[in-house]
Design a protein. Structure first.
Length: 325
């Protein structure tokens, strides 16, 4: 199926879309060397005249030279990897407003003035009736959910759900939380968190991944509740977590070093993989269908030596600071 990515470059009042069938996992790598390098890389991809939707697009970037705004999203392997990428981009895109596109493709189309629903069918946000809460017994939960109880105290649980899935349940989830057994405190940072305060009728949410629909509040079932969305800032929830359920303190040096691994090295040659995919027989009774774009390996435009040098300098400075802190 591939890891599809979409790019938009805005310059001199006009914008153009580009597409890569395989580069969603490289969006951050292609952004790190700065705006000039990223723009060359994206313009080296195939021009298209359509939008990918939130299901098919696994990574995207919009580079607006006119307003000096960068919007991007892509899945990070961990909280630390996401935070490390944000720290580097803040240095290699000086003077730019660098934003993570939490609403996925909706943030990109909204920025261009064509609304958030362009790539979404009516009723796209799926809700479900919670039967049980997916508490995680792992010390590396996907998210952390916390609840302020009537006596003012707070309980917290590790959760196997993504942050936005808690909202898809509606307020009925809160009663399930009250009777849910305890889960261990996390030893690794989750991808996000949700805090419920029934007395204030407030939901607080943060995430280092996309939470598609976050700007469509109120979501179904939450009509008389307020959403406090904190982007990728976990500190608001950290401040209310009980003393025996803290977020761990994780230095970023290791994640920053990972970003520096392979700088200047081109992506692997996918030609043999594509050839094997083409020759693979289809399951019995089916007809093979292969998108032509899937047979075209990405051809990124490499950063210049000066761009790579500036990126290495930024990484070294951030690593030194992370090691001291």
């Amino acid at each position: 199926m591939g890891a599809r990515a979409q790019y938009v470059v805005v310059e001199n009042g006009a914008w153009q879309r580009y597409f890569s069938h395989w580069a969603a996992g490289r969006v951050v790598d292609d952004l790190l060397p700065g705006p000039a390098a990223a723009t060359r890389c994206f313009r080296a991809q195939r021009k298209i005249e359509e939008w990918l939707d939130d299901v098919w697009c696994e990574g995207a970037a919009l580079v607006d030279h006119d307003r000096r705004i960068l919007l991007w999203f892509g899945f990070a392997d961990s909280w630390a990897d996401h935070r490390a990428a944000r720290a580097v981009l803040a240095r290699t895109w000086p003077g730019w407003d660098v934003r993570f596109a939490h609403d996925g493709m909706g943030d990109l189309t909204h920025h261009l003035g064509v609304g958030r629903d362009l790539t979404r069918a009516p009723g796209w946000f799926e809700t479900f009736e919670p039967i049980e809460f997916a508490g995680s017994e792992s010390t590396e939960p996907w998210s952390v959910v916390s609840l302020r109880l009537p006596d003012g105290s707070v309980r917290a649980w590790g959760s196997a759900w993504e942050p936005v899935e808690h909202l898809a349940c509606g307020p009925a989830l809160i009663e399930l939380l009250r009777t849910s057994p305890a889960t261990p405190a996390p030893t690794d940072m989750p991808y996000g968190g949700v805090h419920f305060d029934p007395r204030a009728r407030t939901v607080s949410l943060w995430a280092v991944q996309t939470v598609t629909g976050v700007h469509d509040w109120p979501l179904p079932g939450w009509d008389d509740w307020t959403l406090d969305f904190h982007g990728d800032d976990h500190t608001r929830q950290a401040a209310v977590l009980p003393a025996d359920f803290p977020f761990p303190h994780l230095p970023l040096a290791t994640a920053l070093r990972r970003l520096g691994t392979g700088l200047g090295t081109p992506p692997p040659d996918l030609t043999p993989l594509l050839a094997r995919a083409t020759d693979a027989p289809a399951p019995a009774g089916t007809t093979p269908v292969l998108a032509p774009a899937a047979l075209v390996a990405p051809e990124p435009a490499d950063p210049t030596p000066a761009e790579l040098a500036r990126l290495r300098t930024a990484l070294e400075a951030l690593i030194a600071r992370a090691e001291v802190g």
